[in-house]
Design a binder for this molecule. Structure first.
Ligand SMILES: [Zn+2]
Length: 401
């Protein structure tokens, strides 16, 4: 490839193009071989065979390599300050993970300026672009007071449209003796302060965090104020909140390390995406991974995300999640790629990302590989050559994008 363009261009000689549109190509991934794609005004303008491409646009040669839609990461916690590598090392030496570690990050985040929080998040977003991610949901949740939560969602809103208010990450230390008073703060003044910057509301519903009834109260307060709900469920123990998440029409229920057969049936019949975050099981040395195979076999929509956060999963890398999904959760490579792209789009209820149909956002990734199978076949190897978001280069290997 001679030059990496931004703006209008045609990418030709794509050995394997994943469109995620089964009407455009083969299988669920809608694969077209010997393909080309034209990008105009930041959107997909045309998809087809290289022999039929519009040659009036600037031409880029993919040299037979694979092109996929940009990854859609529907679950990240990248507004924070500080580092918890010591806690990680201790955990690997045998101390179990608990939700309480979040409080360490809270102290550092409260002390950080808006600019410091933004610079740290931008550093992580650059990593995400480098590993092929183009749509990023960002949660608050390390402030746990009105002022810092507001600062967190404000910073997030400058970096993405998918901003999630997660004041209910854990109960703030100041409210340890009266968690219901913290629930009232989150569902009242904190929600009011964060509302102008947020699209989503989320709660960590689990052991050591919030009960099902507290979760319901907070999500309903957000919904009443126009936010859309999503939820963290069943990471640390088998809870009883899957039905509640479905009843409130949560766009996704994330983690799901513990699930009953009844939970799986209910999710499969619902509009709630099962948001799996296997890098978290990996990083916490969880005794097992979510039952992805059972979820898929039951017909549930699954998404994948690294769950980037400084405590339980400090990875921003979607290809790593694909490798884990294949190796540890018995998902096929095709299912894993679909979950990392369309699954994430469905978890964010977006129609314009996660696929390369005409009219979709021109969010696409050129690999240094002939096929996306290499994400699982060559784990840990950097396989991204170029990442475009809205037709603009946000990462190019060997260049400072
Ligand atoms: Zn999370």
């Amino acid at each position: 490839m001679s030059k990496t363009p931004t703006g209008d261009f045609s990418l030709i000689n794509i050995g394997q193009l994943v469109t995620n549109n089964s009407q455009l190509g083969e299988g669920q991934l809608g694969i077209i071989n010997n393909a080309a794609i034209s990008i105009v005004d930041g959107k997909v303008a045309w998809v087809g065979q290289t022999s039929n491409v519009d040659k009036s646009l600037q031409i880029v040669d993919a040299n037979g390599d694979c092109v996929i839609p940009g990854f859609v990461d529907s679950h990240s916690h990248i507004i924070f300050a500080g580092d918890r590598s010591n806690e990680f090392a201790a955990r690997m030496a045998g101390i179990p993970y608990s939700a309480g570690g979040i409080k360490v990050t809270t102290a550092a985040t409260r002390a950080a300026s808006e600019q410091e929080l933004k610079i740290n998040a931008q550093r992580l977003i650059a990593e995400m672009h480098e590993s092929g991610t183009t749509t990023i949901e960002i949660k608050s949740g390390y402030g746990l007071d009105v002022e810092t939560e507001k600062r967190s969602v404000k910073v997030a809103s400058e970096l993405t449209v998918e901003v999630t208010f997660l004041g209910a990450h854990v109960v703030a230390t100041e409210f340890a003796d009266n968690p219901d008073a913290y629930v009232d703060l989150v569902a009242g003044p904190m929600l009011d302060a964060c509302l102008p910057y947020s699209k989503w509301i989320d709660v960590f519903c689990d052991k050591g965090a919030f009960t099902t009834s507290q979760t319901k109260k907070i999500l309903e307060a957000g919904i009443a104020n126009g936010l859309k709900p999503r939820v963290h469920l069943n990471q640390l123990e088998q809870g009883d909140a899957v039905g509640m998440a479905i009843e409130l029409d949560c766009a996704s229920a994330d983690h799901l390390t513990y699930l009953t057969d009844g939970d799986i049936d209910a999710l499969a019949k619902s509009n709630t995406v099962a948001g799996l975050v296997p890098a978290c099981e990996f990083s916490t040395r969880s005794p097992f991974y979510p039952r992805a195979r059972d979820l898929l076999d039951a017909g549930s929509v699954v998404s994948l995300s690294p769950d980037c956060n400084p405590g339980s999963s400090y990875s921003s890398n979607m290809p790593f999640c694909i490798a884990l999904a294949v190796r540890e959760m018995h998902m096929t490579v095709d299912e894993s790629l679909y979950a990392a792209t369309m699954g994430g789009a469905k978890a964010l209820r977006r129609n314009d990302v996660g696929h390369l149909t005409v009219g979709a956002n021109a969010d696409l990734v050129l690999l240094n590989a002939p096929t996306y199978v290499h994400f699982a076949y060559r784990p840990g190897v950097p396989l991204i050559k170029t990442t475009w978001k809205d037709g603009n280069v946000v990462f190019a290997k060997g260049a400072s994008a």
